[in-house]
Design a protein around this ligand. Sequence first.
Ligand code: NAD
Ligand code: MG
Length: 382
Amino acid sequence: MALLGATGSIGRQTLDVLRREPDSFELVSIAGGTRLAELAEVAREFGVRRVGVARPEDFLAAREILGDGVEVVVGGDGLGELARDADVVVNAVVGFAGLPVTINALEAGRTLALANKESFIAAAPLVARVRDTPGALVLPIDSEHCAIYQCLADSTRSGHPDVRRLLLTASGGPFRGWSRERLATVTRADALQHPTWSMGPKITIDSSTLMNKGLEVLEASALFGVDVGRINVVVHPQSVVHSMVEYVDGSVIAQLSLPDMRLPIAFCLGRPVRFDHAWGAIDFTTALSLTFEPPDLAAFPAIPLAYAAARRGGAAPAWLSAANEVAVAAFLHDAIGWTDIVPIVAAVMDQYDDVHLESVEALVAQDAAARRRATDLIARDR
Ligand code: NAD
Ligand code: MG
């Protein structure tokens, strides 16, 4: 197994699953960004032989800290190499930087356990081609998609004609029910507090704007081959129902569990076997309320923006995700306010001209173009 993005929230929770299943997997490679000491600790604990670091300037320091017998690879090319060389590849990198992992793992016919939604959405037309490689399989770690995957078990026909809609649940984030006026007062600390999940900073901010749910609509459409017109978002504050599938006969199948990402991670790694560890159990012996409500699309325009990008296709989802990455990073650096994030993404999308995505190189160029637009807008407004 290769675990790329080993030092992040999903990465560390994947290591937790491996610690409980020491005989099921051999961790042959890991990669991370810049936290070399943490990578070295993981490498020592699991006997990892190849380690990827993000920046060329860290190469020598990484070799020094990892010692003899561990090969060091660098950057996106390094990630791609590691993704080709394991049977099971976990893509736990954040953002567009995860692209080489997804493309190379599928091209090499590997099982890809996917957390990295950003590059998957951006590259959807290219991913569709490499998914046909013999042996290639995508298993979704994202909890909603892992739920839908399980709820679709009996729906095996391409395009799922027996399904009326996919119902993606959303916690609603920390600002559920807030008016637009109150949202104008949000601080960085407020946005970094998620009510039900503990995650990396980028996805935590995305969950506060509901851009995460918008990205997940695109992710579900690409994963399951279902048009976004058949995907609905349902706010469910308890985060116990992880998503649902409504069949054409009116029957709705849901997957429930306590909110703990180790469960979908373990599901992907164990499949078709279910590991005999409960990551917490729902207590049905005491009163339990599960509630559902529609999202407030006026207060959270990220969702309609994502639907619009899905309908345009081509590089529009790549632009949406790239502009969002730039805006979220600016917010995390206190360069813009919380209420600026989604309008910046919307303004970048206004500048998008339809492009058909033919190659990874074209996608990388489109990603860069959208980032430039977002960076310019932020600089201009300051
Ligand atoms: P995180 O910020 O905690 O971790 C990101 C990881 O990526 C780190 O190991 C970091 O070192 C690595 N990384 C970043 N840039 C890199 C680069 N250029 N090269 C190599 N490694 C790089 O993020 P996270 O919360 O673990 O999220 C990871 C992905 O999983 C995101 O796409 C997110 O949307 C998705 N996801 C996360 C959760 C969650 O609960 N955290 C749930 C569902 C989906
Ligand atoms: Mg999710």
